[in-house]
Design a protein around this ligand. Structure first.
Ligand SMILES: Nc1ncnc2c1ncn2[C@@H]1O[C@H](COP(=O)(O)OP(=O)(O)OP(=O)(O)O)[C@@H](O)[C@H]1O
Length: 460
């Protein structure tokens, strides 16, 4: 299916203009960025251009524990339509991902089964439900049969792209975007079999404008549930949409994380669900050597950093700062010293951040200076050293242990040994370090960065 054969029912002019700012400049403060789940989710989608490798266990809870548990190792076993199998292979997928092995047979089963699935970003959820929707559609029927809601305009477009690619060889199936700016007339009947959009517009199309008949929907997908619930309005709208759908409609809900709040929401939206969870990867500090360095101010921290660089060979390093200002200053100082430095911070658009991460992954820059924006989700295997130029703390000034683990957990992965160095320049930061030691029950040793022999030793 050629992309242009899709009914992108958006005013072309408006869409072109918008695509310039497709990844909006969202925030000015770094803590907002960390909290903004939609931006982080979009960033993850953009940077995860291939499947995230995971060895985690899949946990399956079936609605009917007596029915046999099906899982597939090949796409052929799913008996997909020829056009769809071609689409799947054209995307370079050779075999189902871990989550797809279990989720696809459930989603394609007859009679349809409801599903709640949770797995980290990049593990193949979007591709799975895109395939499920395309498989369930009857192309001869010229009305909307599958409805997918995403928390933001940008996330809806990203998902739409996947459906377009996968349906490339299935031109009879058409897709419409229910997103802002796409103004349709009241009462007209939409012919596109799949609609993807944001909750507000989808609700309008189903109720106020009546261009979708919700009673004819046979598959309802709620994507990024954890992001969706961050906005109360979206949560309410999603539930209102769900209530308009027929009882026999298949309900599918996906989320990257599964806090209690997500779970409560999921239970309201998906009756009698099967549940698939990809267990969280256990991050551990066991393979990471941790040190701290005593300094009096940021200039001394910088000197210590230079001494470390002078003494050991570092493939790639990530350096975390508390504020954008410090990160900018440090990046400039390191550049003056001849380092090739990448800077990632809060004022960048999601698209710019994705580009910086991509370059760093390719090894174009050897040092990445950042605030918290990229401590989660980026996997750069070559990172052997993490420097906490400033220690992570929560809004009350206490140690942020989880962030610490995420930051330094980037090194020491896949059985390799990693190195983490914490810069201490005040009583307060020493206090945070002690809290971290207590929390993980692990002593962090002092390092004298004026002693080159000592630094050399830590890299062995
Ligand atoms: N079976 C597969 N084989 C190879 N690659 C795959 C497979 N399924 C998905 N992918 C690719 O892996 C990447 C992540 O997949 P996908 O976007 O579906 O994951 P996700 O769990 O929905 O993550 P996110 O929520 O961040 O989008 C994409 O580039 C996708 O094309």
């Amino acid at each position: 299916m050629a992309t242009d054969s899709w009914a992108l029912a958006v005013d072309k002019q408006e869409n072109t203009t918008d695509s310039v700012s497709l990844y909006p400049k969202l925030f000015t403060c770094d803590s907002c960025i960390v909290e903004d789940k939609a931006a982080q989710s979009l960033l993850n989608k953009i940077i995860h251009t291939s499947l995230v490798n995971t060895t985690n266990q899949v946990e399956v809870l079936q609605r009917d524990p007596n029915s046999p548990l099906y899982s597939v190792k090949t796409f052929e076993e799913l008996r997909l339509k020829e056009e769809l199998l071609k689409g799947v292979y054209s995307m370079g997928f050779n075999r189902p991902s871990k989550i797809q092995e279990n989720a696809l047979p459930m989603m394609l089963a007859e009679p349809p089964q409801n599903l709640i699935a949770q797995s980290q970003s990049g593990t193949g959820k979007t591709a799975a439900f895109a395939l499920a929707m395309l498989s369930h559609v009857n192309p001869a029927k010229k009305w909307t049969q599958c409805l997918c809601i995403s928390p933001t305009y940008e996330l809806a477009l990203q998902t739409g792209k996947v459906i377009e690619q996968m349906g490339k060889y299935y031109p009879e199936v058409k897709l419409a975007y229910a997103i802002r700016g796409n103004k349709l007339d009241r009462g007209m009947k939409l012919q596109e079999q799949i609609v993807i959009g944001t909750p507000g517009t989808v609700l309008d199309w189903c109720s106020k404008l009546k261009i979708i008949d919700p009673k004819k929907i046979s598959v309802f997908v709620l994507d990024e549930a954890d992001v969706m619930i961050a906005t109360q309005g979206h949560q309410d709208q999603s539930i209102r949409i769900q209530r308009m759908l027929p009882k026999e409609c298949q309900m599918l809900l996906f989320s990257a994380t599964f806090e209690d709040s997500v779970w409560k929401f999921a239970e309201r939206v998906v009756p009698d669900p099967n549940i698939i969870k990809l267990k969280r990867e256990e991050e551990t500090l066991d393979t990471i050597k941790q040190y701290y360095v005593l300094c009096s101010d940021k200039e001394e921290k910088f000197t210590a950093l230079c001494n470390i660089y002078g003494a050991i060979t570092i493939a790639q390093a990530m350096i975390f700062c508390h504020t954008r200002k410090t990160a900018g200053w440090l990046a400039a100082e390191l550049t003056k010293e001849g380092h090739v430095v990448a800077l990632l911070s809060g004022e960048m658009t999601v698209e710019q951040r994705a580009a910086v991460i991509e370059r760093f992954r390719e090894g174009k820059e050897k040092v990445l200076v950042t605030t918290n924006v990229c401590s989660r989700g980026i996997d750069v295997e070559q990172v052997s050293v993490v420097i906490n130029f400033d220690l992570p703390m929560d809004k009350d000034g206490n140690a942020d242990n989880e962030t610490y683990l995420h930051r330094i957990g980037r090194t020491g992965r896949f059985g390799k040994r990693g190195l983490a160095v914490n810069m201490i320049d005040s009583k307060h930061s020493m206090n945070i370090l002690n809290q971290i030691e207590d929390h993980f029950n692990k002593k962090i040793n002092k390092l004298d960065t004026d002693d080159l022999d000592e630094i050399e030793k830590i890299s062995n």
